[in-house]
Design a protein around this ligand. Structure first.
Ligand SMILES: C[S@@+](CC[C@H](N)C(=O)[O-])C[C@H]1O[C@@H](n2cnc3c(N)ncnc32)[C@H](O)[C@@H]1O
Length: 289
């Protein structure tokens, strides 16, 4: 069904808890900074030198990323899928853009028979949570694998995610954040501590966990960049066993053979700058998640 240019949900979705409208409104911002855009544009231009490609923006929210991509690549055409109605309503219409109101948990079924040159998961995967940590990880992995199966022969996947590294135990912050944010009993307290996803849940991972997911999803990392670490208070550091927090950006492609595995691509990182730079913005948006 289509209303005001937005195609409404047609396939049943996994039982993923949904953010409330007021939680969603916090995401009506622009996440991709000018520094990130510079890199993103360069990666996409290398991948599609003629500038003509189809893309799927999964969890594209208010559409700012999609709109900017369409503006930067006038021959590209895009589909945005998101289940956050208030954010979808903020989308501008565009002749090369389709907006779909639906959960990202059924990608393969929803887009059966279609393919995309590029699939973007910009801060979406950590929102795919189920009622246990293991089921959550499986859903994230299944979603990555579903996207892989929707790629054209020259297809790429772009992922932006927050990377949370443990002080001693790599996966511990991920598990603690998942348990705290998904607990209904603790939600008033967790909300007061600044997590706007309290009661619904989020599941971030460390760099090595994402590497493992992409490897299991038969994807090779062609490009990878980590942005500057953002400041973490001593209290948060201890409570979450948090060694560092920063944004990671990946460009992935289906793995053709064991030789094109992880590490075959380029890895880089942005140096730490003052809190007023991208780190300040990242901190502002990530710590509210
Ligand atoms: C942190 S925001 C990122 C928005 C956008 N990708 C960007 O970078 O500006 C997360 C987005 O994921 C969407 N989302 C959360 N769970 C989803 C689901 N199960 N299916 C589709 N979209 C979902 C939210 O509605 C929101 O738009």
């Amino acid at each position: 069904m289509e209303t005001a240019g937005i195609v409404e949900e047609t396939t049943p979705s996994a039982n993923v808890p949904k953010l409330t409208d007021s939680q969603l409104r916090d995401f009506d911002i622009e996440y991709v900074t000018p520094e990130m855009w510079e890199r993103t544009e360069s990666w996409f231009s290398q991948a599609f030198p003629e500038g003509e490609f189809s893309f799927l923006d999964v969890g594209g929210g208010n559409g700012r990323f999609t709109d900017s991509l369409l503006e930067r690549f006038p021959k590209a055409r895009g589909v945005l899928i998101d289940n956050g109605a208030p954010l979808l309503l903020a989308n501008k219409t565009h002749p090369r853009k389709t907006v779909i109101c639906e959960s990202a948990t059924n990608l393969e079924r929803r887009f059966e028979g279609q393919e995309f040159d590029l699939i973007c998961f910009n801060w979406l995967l950590h929102h795919l949570v189920l009622r246990s940590y293991d089921a959550t990880c499986r859903l994230q992995l299944q979603t990555i694998a579903a996207a892989r199966n929707l790629l054209s022969s020259r297809g790429k996947i772009c992922v932006f995610e927050d990377l949370y590294e443990g002080i001693f135990l790599d996966t511990l912050p991920s598990r603690i954040i998942y348990q705290l944010t998904s607990s209904r009993i603790l939600s008033p307290l967790i909300k007061r501590m600044g997590a706007n996803t309290a009661g619904c849940g989020v599941c971030f991972h460390s760099l090595s966990q994402w590497d493992e997911f992409f490897r299991e999803g038969k994807l090779a990392i062609e490009q990878f960049h980590t942005y500057e670490k953002w400041p973490v208070s001593q209290l948060r550091r201890i409570a979450l066993h948090l060694g560092s927090a920063r944004i990671g950006q990946y460009l992935l492609a289906p793995r053709q053979s064991p030789e094109t595995r992880l590490g075959a691509g380029t890895r880089s990182s942005s140096r730490a700058r003052g809190a007023g730079g991208a780190a300040g913005r990242a901190h502002a948006c990530q710590m509210t998640e």
